[in-house]
Design a binder for this molecule. Structure first.
Ligand code: AKG
Length: 201
């Protein structure tokens, strides 16, 4: 029997181009990453004048919302190389295609507001650790926004998601306030406007 193409079919009801896979990490891998989280130098995320409640660490690049551009950031720490390589294999790209890695910590009650990632990035992959969280999606730009347009996906710890194509460009997403401590590790590729020029290291 013919296999369905891996990334062509969105889960029912979810934006096209969104791929979600629970159990991407083993229990042991997740435990090792959670131990690493405790040692990372998280700092409050800033968006222009606004300081978010989640705390982050950036690798490869750090988006400066005042200058509206990606600035170089520290290189990815060796402890995360295997995860970057595995995430790259999952979507069939070379690991070097990821130009930005963001590790985010959500303390209980910390949300992430509605947004679409800056156009400097193309694909976005996210890996979850800690506890369940609800990720929400709504069409963008909103024509006649209705609450019923919002689609919800519970992200389990150890899961992975990909936002690509319509899910990346025609939808916004947000993270509901965390019930318990949760972390995400997101990997981003560069959009076409960067290709051909040197991405930040
Ligand atoms: O925590 C997540 O999985 C979502 C992260 C996100 O949307 C972002 O960093 O822009």
């Amino acid at each position: 029997m013919e296999q369905p193409p891996l990334f062509d079919l969105p889960p029912p009801g979810l934006p096209e181009g969104l791929v979600y896979e629970p159990g991407f990490l083993t229990q042991d891998e997740a435990a090792a990453l959670e131990a690493l989280m405790a040692a990372l130098p998280f700092a409050a995320a800033r968006y222009k004048a606004y300081t978010a409640r989640r705390r982050v660490v950036s690798y490869g690049g750090s988006f400066d919302y005042d200058a509206n551009r990606l600035q170089p950031a520290q290189a990815l720490i060796p402890e995360l190389h295997w995860l970057r390589d595995r995430a790259a294999r999952w979507i069939g790209i070379p690991p070097q295609a990821f130009v930005h890695v963001l590790v985010a910590e959500y303390q209980p009650g910390a949300p992430l507001g509605w947004h679409r990632d800056v156009p400097d990035f193309q694909d976005v992959i996210g890996i979850s650790l800690g506890s369940d969280i609800v990720m929400r999606f709504r069409p963008y730009p909103p024509i006649r926004p209705r609450k019923s347009d919002i689609v919800r996906l519970t992200l389990a710890p150890r899961s992975i998601y990909l936002m690509r194509g319509p899910a990346r460009w025609n939808w916004q997403h947000s993270i509901a306030p965390a019930q318990a401590l949760r972390w995400s590790i997101t990997f981003r590729t560069a959009s076409a406007q960067w290709r051909g020029s040197e991405p930040p290291r």
